[in-house]
Design a protein around this ligand. Structure first.
Ligand code: NAD
Length: 429
């Protein structure tokens, strides 16, 4: 860590193992020189506005009692209410939730949503508990964080191991405590409860729109472009279908069951059917199998990691020969790999913009809940595309202006917007 980042570490994190929050602090230090007259305010980005740690006691199905540790961190509320998911995982730490909340501030601001950044988590493995126990954990956690969440304060959403059902329980618990129905307190709800059409496909659609913008800037025609995608779930599967419909050749798909390849382009609708029936891409008719090394070495126009974090490292970055890398997953490229790939002239479109389609449609869900008037899927897709294109244009223009990467540019755009809001609001009292 740099000296300034160390001095910014809060006393409640272990200085010898500060976790992901330290990575975020380094990212802020890197953009500070580009913030002009706002640079003296950068300290506000280096501290979460509010951290709540709660005990979540519940009665287990066998009648005994258990305690779980829950968190809700609000990194910034300068531009609007907090926004960010709730993660159920046994390895969740405060440092991780802090960093994820800060990255939500960056993502919301990079796409110009009127939100701050927040994140929540409970340290437990939901696979070890019954649905009834998970419901009690969710409801007690929601009650414990009740005072700091709300449609105007902080709006949770699904994340790792949480889903529309968990959001419905959170919304119901919040509403019961308020004495009225408040659908806008969470997003990612079932459509029957004020959820938005198009939310499920939103991230993949956003990835597709952003990839088209990057391709246009690089002079690449989508029709006939060679594309490889790691991950064929919600994000990768949706993006693959849209590329296929636009006449691109999706030449390889890599999922947890294997890698399939077809030199002249895979039949994506047939592959989606195959995955529906068998659970993965392995063994799909009319495809050949590749090794991981062969997948990463494929010459492509666009490569999209849309599976897990940390997939492109210094160990495989050298193999990669693509013109544009679009980060569908969160954090798929390590900083070392980023340097190696960028040095080859590949354009890397960072996750904070590339996969922001989901949070953008969450914003639409919140807006629709306020007005109790729901849009058609066509309207949602149209507005999503306009916001994603605007986000790409803002990032790309700052990259050109300062001669920096799109990743640094996205952070400059986001930090500038947050600090501008903070500046004009002024320091209370
Ligand atoms: P998903 O569970 O629907 O799909 C995950 C895909 O990754 C599957 O095809 C799976 O087979 C594949 N996969 C899993 N392990 C793999 C491995 N070891 N090697 C290769 N492939 C593997 O998940 P998703 O919603 O599509 O999310 C994908 C990524 O996008 C995650 O990093 C997620 O955090 C990120 N993301 C998702 C959203 C969203 O709205 N869904 C929003 C922002 C970011």
């Amino acid at each position: 860590m740099s000296a300034s980042s160390v001095s910014d570490l809060p006393s409640y994190l272990n200085p010898h193992d500060p976790g992901p929050w330290a990575i975020y602090l380094q990212q802020v230090d890197r953009v500070a020189p580009y913030l002009g007259s706002l640079a003296p305010l950068v300290g506000i980005l280096k501290r979460p506005k509010r951290i709540l740690v709660v005990d979540v006691p519940i009665r287990l199905d066998d009648g005994t009692m258990a305690h779980f540790e829950g968190y809700r961190v609000q990194h910034s509320l300068s531009r609007g209410p907090g926004k960010g998911g709730v993660r159920f995982h046994q390895d969740v730490t405060l440092s991780e939730v802090m960093a994820l909340s800060a990255w939500m501030s960056i993502k919301s601001a990079a796409v110009n949503l009127p939100f701050g950044g927040a994140k929540g988590g409970i340290r437990f493995d939901p696979h070890q508990y019954s649905q009834a126990e998970i419901e009690r954990i969710t409801r007690r956690y929601t009650s414990e964080i009740h005072d700091i969440i709300g449609p105007h304060k902080d709006i949770p959403a699904p994340d790792v191991n949480t889903n529309a059902q968990i959001m419905a329980w959170m919304m119901d618990t919040y509403s019961m405590n308020e004495g009225g129905t408040n659908t806008g307190v969470v997003t990612g709800k079932p459509v029957s409860l004020g959820g938005s059409l198009g939310r499920i496909q939103a991230t993949g659609r956003g990835v597709y729109v952003i990839a088209c913008e990057a391709a246009r800037e690089s002079g690449i025609e989508i029709k006939g472009a060679r594309i490889a995608i790691q991950g064929f779930g919600n994000v990768g599967g949706t993006a693959a279908r849209l590329f296929h419909d636009a006449g691109a050749h999706v030449v390889a798909i890599y999922d947890h069951t294997g890698i399939v390849h077809a030199e002249r382009g895979l039949n994506i609708p047939a592959l989606l059917d195959h995955v529906q029936k068998t659970g993965g891409v392995a063994g799909a008719a009319g495809t050949e199998t590749l090794s991981a090394q062969e997948f990463w070495s494929l010459p492509t126009d666009i490569l999209i990691p849309a599976a897990l974090e940390g997939q492109i490292t210094e160990h495989n970055a050298d193999l990669i020969h693509t013109r544009i890398l679009v980060e569908g997953a969160n954090g798929p490229t390590t900083p070392e790999a980023d340097d190696i790939i960028s040095a080859k002239g590949t354009v890397i479109v960072p996750d904070v913009v590339a996969n922001a389609g989901g949070v953008t449609v969450s914003y639409f869900e919140w807006v629709q809940d306020f007005s109790s008037f729901f849009w058609t899927e066509q309207e949602i897709n149209h507005r999503l595309e306009a916001m994603m294109r605007a986000a790409y244009a803002a990032m790309s223009s700052v990259a050109r202006q300062h001669g920096v990467s799109l990743r640094t540019a996205a952070f400059i755009v986001a930090c500038t917007r947050i600090l501008e809001a903070h500046h004009v609001r002024g320091l209370y009292p």
